[in-house]
Design a protein around this ligand. Structure first.
Ligand code: HEM
Ligand SMILES: *[C@@H]1O[C@H](CO)[C@@H](O)[C@H](O)[C@H]1NC(C)=O
Ligand SMILES: *[C@@H]1O[C@H](CO)[C@@H](O)[C@H](O)[C@H]1NC(C)=O
Ligand SMILES: *[C@@H]1O[C@H](CO)[C@@H](O)[C@H](O)[C@H]1NC(C)=O
Ligand SMILES: *[C@@H]1O[C@H](CO)[C@@H](O)[C@H](O)[C@H]1NC(C)=O
Length: 321
């Protein structure tokens, strides 16, 4: 019955889309679970709120999981699949290894949803909703999350390595990495504003604090105390040196002051850079940042979802059925 209901949704939406001659860019709808799992949104919301209350960083980690899922062959929960002796997932790809986290929170949400409505809510949708709820929990903007994504039966370590942008990229490389996924330069800049929260490891930003010149001197000195030139690789530091547990526009203010932590962060505001005025504008306008971030997150969540009868609804997010 549940399956019929999702199929009905699907065919109804496809019908509307065909009436509009392909104007529909996405088959996701925010009321997708209203009849099949009415408690889905509230279950996810309270689980995220309690995880973030326990550890603020978890909000950042859940937001990043959705990004690293969507940039690798679309928002299909491929990042959640564990490696086995016969299967290579994405967790060991360089951008993810010893870095992405939050899997336990997702698994906990999934088991609550399987008890409430077995076989209905996809892991990919959980990631999308948890990302939104995390941002809200940290004081950021909200947006309507389109739903109806299904879960992949495959993953790609190669695509994860290639498609998730490296923190060593220069501005032109960042623009290309996002343009490859259909994002404008402005959308890239606003999405990077996610680094208003969360942390990074010493090994990721060491080159910047020791070797770059477009960095505030006091900021560099203070970062070095917890990140020696050849030790403490895994030591963590806030991506936003001013208000790290708040989702606000301080990230952009930091960039204007040469206090970006990652090489890639500061690339958005460099001498003569083409994105400087965007950064300045977001540093001056909380509301412009919030509105544009919310729209760009909706767009990210629409990256190549599996819908209709493609993919599956995993029973356990860490493995295919
Ligand atoms: C613009 C290109 C981007 C690059 C090069 C980049 C790179 C990174 C790196 C290297 C880290 C630290 C990893 C570590 O030390 O373990 C990080 C953390 C983070 N990134 Fe990005 N990122 C980018 C864009 C984004 C986007 C678009 C989002 C989400 C919309 C995002 C969300 C986060 C969050 C929230 C954290 C902190 C995670 C935590 O504390 O668990 N990033 N990013
Ligand atoms: C999902 O599968 C993993 C690996 O088999 C297992 O450790 C975990 O407990 C399972 N999760 C649930 C909620 O059953
Ligand atoms: C800084 O640059 C020098 C010269 O390129 C290099 O030898 C050194 O390893 C770099 N230091 C860090 C911390 O990246
Ligand atoms: C790493 O961070 C911890 C906690 O702040 C600190 O005690 C330790 O000295 C740091 N390690 C290095 C090598 O700086
Ligand atoms: C920045 O804001 C100013 C003033 O509102 C506006 O004229 C300008 O077009 C904005 N720049 C960008 C790149 O959006």
């Amino acid at each position: 019955m549940a399956i019929h209901s999702s199929n009905n949704n699907y065919f109804y939406i496809m019908f509307i889309c065909s009436l509009l001659f392909g104007i529909c860019s996405s088959q996701l709808t925010s009321n997708f679970y209203d009849s099949t799992c009415p408690k889905a949104l509230s279950i996810i919301k309270s689980a995220v709120a309690s995880a973030v209350a326990k550890e603020h960083r978890m909000g950042a980690s859940l937001l990043r999981l959705h990004f690293h899922d969507c940039f690798v062959n679309g928002c299909d929960a491929s990042i959640l699949l564990d490696d086995t002796s016969t299967f290579t997932g994405e967790k060991t790809a360089a951008p993810n290894l010893n870095s992405v986290r939050g899997f336990d929170v997702i698994d906990n949400i999934k088991s609550q949803l399987e008890s409430a409505c077995p076989g209905i809510v996809s892991c990919a949708d959980i990631l999308a909703i948890a990302a939104r709820d995390s941002v809200v929990s940290l004081g950021g903007p909200s947006w309507n999350v389109g739903l109806g994504r299904r879960d992949s039966t495959s993953a790609s370590k190669d695509a994860a390595t290639k498609d998730i942008p490296s923190p060593l990229l220069d501005l032109s490389g960042l623009i290309t990495a996002f343009s490859n996924k259909g994002f404008t330069t402005q959308e890239m800049v606003v999405l990077a504003g996610a680094h208003t929260t969360g942390q990074a490891r010493c090994q990721i930003f060491r080159g910047r604090i020791y070797n770059e010149t477009n960095i505030d001197t006091n900021f560099a000195t203070s970062m070095k105390s917890n990140c020696p030139s050849s030790d403490g690789d895994s030591n963590l530091t806030a991506l936003d040196v001013t208000t790290n547990v708040l989702f606000d526009n301080a990230y952009f203010k930091n960039l204007v002051n040469n206090k970006g932590l990652l090489h890639s962060d500061q690339q958005l505001f460099i001498s003569g850079g083409s994105t400087n005025s965007l950064v300045t504008n977001y540093s001056n306008s909380y509301s412009a940042f919030f509105a544009d971030f919310a729209s760009a997150m909706v767009k990210m969540g629409n990256l190549s979802p599996l819908t209709g009868t493609t993919g599956q609804i995993r029973a356990n997010c860490t493995k295919v059925n």
